[in-house]
Design a protein around this ligand. Structure first.
Ligand code: SAH
Length: 250
């Protein structure tokens, strides 16, 4: 898939995209990431991308013209006539929460464009008329959309085919199937008397699988009970969950 990042800090991305799964996805031709410098789309000598807010007050606001021109250069159509498989999004703490579900949805696009906001915010007409939606990576405020965009790049990279060695690893990760992942241990089996669960050493794959699923259910019930309503559970898992909840006094 193609990913275009529109930013006033184009140097932010290359170092972090040279390692890990993002590098693998790029090298395998699964992810074609381009960084667009918003200042290339200004028309004054100072390459101005921001201006004071109408109505006054603290902070500067990102201007609409450079963003409009940058998007026009990308052949992504207009908001009303977006080519199928193309999506243009804007970073914002007020946007739709970016979750694993969003990652799965966006990972199959042909082209995702992320416009990174800065300053006090972005002229509201960008959200209203130029992009398809705004997204947030959590209820906190960053100084710019670049770290948020990077989270999306990483989450989408690992969902591309052949990037993570075994896709069943991605599928058992937290949120993918609606539950948190189970816990993991590695050698040594005994460290200063701290032991790993016996069942994991049994070599009995079916029992291990069952124990892991039960552990995932327990962790989700304890840490993120809000996820349980949307989880895809078998009949046995529903029964098990009820037992876990009884045990927890719910
Ligand atoms: N005044 C704004 C925050 C501006 S922060 C408000 O309170 O809503 C500057 C920019 O950083 C934002 O325009 C947005 O593009 C980006 N940003 C900040 N927090 C973010 C978050 N949680 N998720 C995604 N982008 C965020």
């Amino acid at each position: 898939m193609k990913l275009t990042l529109v930013t006033i800090f184009p140097d932010f991305f290359p170092p972090v995209m040279a390692d890990g799964m993002i590098r693998v996805a790029r090298e395998k031709g699964r992810l074609d990431v381009r960084v667009v410098n918003l200042r290339d789309f200004t028309d004054d000598v100072h390459q101005t991308v921001d201006d004071a807010p109408f109505g006054g007050g603290a902070g500067m606001v990102m201007k609409i013209e450079p963003i409009d021109r940058a998007l026009a250069s990308l052949a992504v159509g207009s908001k009303a006539e977006r080519p199928a498989g193309t999506r243009v999004v804007l970073t914002s703490p007020q946007g739709r929460a970016f979750t694993q579900r969003t990652a799965i949805e966006w990972a199959i696009l042909d082209h995702l464009v992320i416009v990174c906001g800065r300053y006090k915010g972005v002229d509201e007409r960008v959200a209203g008329h130029l992009v398809d939606e705004e997204f947030s990576i959590g209820d906190f405020v960053l100084s710019g959309g670049e770290p948020a965009a990077l989270c999306v790049v990483d989450a989408l990279a690992r969902l591309q085919p052949d990037v993570v060695g075994r896709f069943d690893s991605v599928e058992s990760d937290s949120f993918h199937s609606g539950l948190l992942d189970c816990a993991y241990w590695t050698r040594p089996a005994d460290y200063h008397g701290w032991q790993v669960p016996e069942v994991l050493l049994s070599g009995h794959h079916e029992r291990i699988e069952q124990a892991r699923r039960e552990e995932a259910l327990r962790r989700t019930a304890a840490r993120r009970p809000d996820l349980l309503a949307g989880a895809d559970l078998t009949r046995e898992e529903h029964l098990l969950l009820r037992a876990i909840e009884r045990e927890r006094g719910k």
